[in-house]
Design a protein around this ligand. Structure first.
Ligand SMILES: C[S@@+](CC[C@H](N)C(=O)[O-])C[C@H]1O[C@@H](n2cnc3c(N)ncnc32)[C@H](O)[C@@H]1O
Length: 211
């Protein structure tokens, strides 16, 4: 059973701001100026959709966005966001079931993969990988453990909270870096937030066709 955030949609953003201040927003906002003009963008697990507001502040037009979110309640909130004159297709399904084309310039996965285990991660990762054009950009934001005890305590508390409320199946962060390596991505840029507990990375697919 995949995680479903329906039960937390009404308070998710308030809780996140209470615990992390603006760190989770800043971590994702740092990536957004790198979206190329007129790009085709896939967002997976965008939650309440505030990222659409942030994207539209920077890129009010020209983007074609596909927004995939498994939670109906999160999706309902997302549909109310300001999208400027960008085109947004909302798909209320698990990304694995969304039947997406393979022509995205940018893929964004913000705090998606901590919902998966070592066993379930490879399938979802491959699905998303197949949607990105050769040479495309993949923006991933997630928690990381850099050896500080409080990071470990916070992570366990969050996973327990969301396990009880939303059925998040994992007890630990799956090895997402291994998947990016396996599929030939290189890190083009990265920045840490919240004393290194949160990291945003820009990955570039190495599989650019020969010219
Ligand atoms: C931890 S929340 C992060 C929300 C948002 N990105 C943020 O930073 O505020 C993860 C989101 O991913 C969604 N999700 C989980 N598994 C999914 C899947 N397989 N396909 C699409 N969305 C999924 C959940 O419903 C939830 O809204």
């Amino acid at each position: 059973m995949p995680a479903n955030y329906d039960n937390s949609a009404s308070f998710y953003d308030r809780l996140s701001r209470l615990v992390f201040g603006k760190a989770l927003v800043n971590a994702q906002a740092w990536l957004l100026p790198r979206i190329p003009k007129d790009a085709k963008v896939l967002i997976v697990g965008g939650g309440t959709g505030w990222i659409l507001d942030e994207i539209s502040k920077l890129h009010p037009s020209g983007l074609s966005i596909t927004y995939v979110e498994i939670s109906a309640n999160m999706m309902a909130l997302s549909r109310k966001r300001n999208i400027g004159t960008n085109h947004v297709e909302f798909i209320n399904k698990a990304v694995e079931d969304a039947g997406l084309p393979a022509d995205f310039d940018v893929v964004i996965t913000p705090f998606l993969f901590d919902n998966f285990t070592e066993d379930t991660l490879p399938r979802v990762f491959q699905h998303i990988h197949q949607t990105l054009k050769p040479g495309g950009l993949w923006f991933n934001t997630d928690f990381q453990l850099t050896g500080k005890w409080w990071q470990y305590a916070m992570l366990k508390s969050m996973l327990l909270f969301f396990k009880v409320l939303c059925g998040v199946p994992s007890w630990r962060l799956p090895d997402v870096g291994k998947q990016f390596n396996k599929f030939g991505y290189e890190v083009a840029d990265e920045k840490s937030f919240f004393e290194d507990f949160v990291v945003s990375k820009v990955f570039r697919s190495r599989s650019v066709p020969a010219e």
